[in-house]
Design a protein around this ligand. Structure first.
Ligand code: GLN
Length: 192
């Protein structure tokens, strides 16, 4: 039995749970939401949803889940939007990125709420474009060793992979296209 944990502190949690339930239906897989410590280490995969990185970062620290994520860095993880910021080495006075992916990111790289947009994105691991929904999205401005950029917008990376970690600047859980969730599930398979 595989367990996928979705960090459920704030943000687009239920949409990720629904997408993961769809892609894992028929497989022996349980989707569990995580609000407290004590669950992370039992998971085979973890999702950090989008929302507000300041709130997510603060509550991860308050609940002690940040340390658990660092202690279990071998687990495959998917971070979307604010979750991408949390996986990165981003630091400001409110947000402490966990540094689990070797990349420098910029918050709100495409502007504030008004700059939400949808884009047909070429993705290196898919054979047709992905309709990506960006909402006050961050972007990847620099990457270190071991990171592959899977998709870009202008000069920024917006999808990246480092081993079994996947970071997306947009919200795949808000579209009907489940290819990124399926791709994440394959990362679990290859890690187990
Ligand atoms: N702008 C948000 C932040 O910096 C992220 C937005 C999102 O996750 N949709 O935390």
């Amino acid at each position: 039995m595989l367990t996928i944990g979705v960090i459920a502190i704030q943000g687009a949690v239920s949409e990720h749970v629904a997408a993961l339930e769809k892609v894992s239906s028929g497989l022996n897989c349980k989707i569990e939401t995580i609000k407290k410590k004590g669950i992370v280490s039992h998971c085979d995969g973890l999702v950090i949803p989008g929302g507000e990185s300041t709130t997510i970062s603060r509550l991860l620290r308050f609940e002690g889940i940040d340390k658990e994520l660092l202690d279990n860095e071998h687990i495959p993880m998917l971070g979307t939007c604010a979750g991408l910021i949390i996986l990165s080495s981003y630091q400001d006075k409110d947000v402490e990125g966990l540094g689990l992916m070797n990349m420098q990111v910029k918050r709100n790289a495409f502007g504030r709420q008004a700059e939400s947009f949808e884009l047909s994105l070429e993705v290196t691991v898919f054979d047709s474009p992905f309709d990506a929904i960006f909402i006050r999205a961050p972007a990847i401005k620099q990457v270190g060793n071991g990171i592959d950029i899977l998709a870009s917008v202008e000069d920024y990376g917006v999808a990246a992979q480092q081993g079994n970690k996947l970071a997306l600047a947009f919200h795949p859980e808000l579209s009907d296209d489940l290819r990124f969730h399926k791709y994440f599930l394959q990362l679990l398979d290859s890690s187990s």
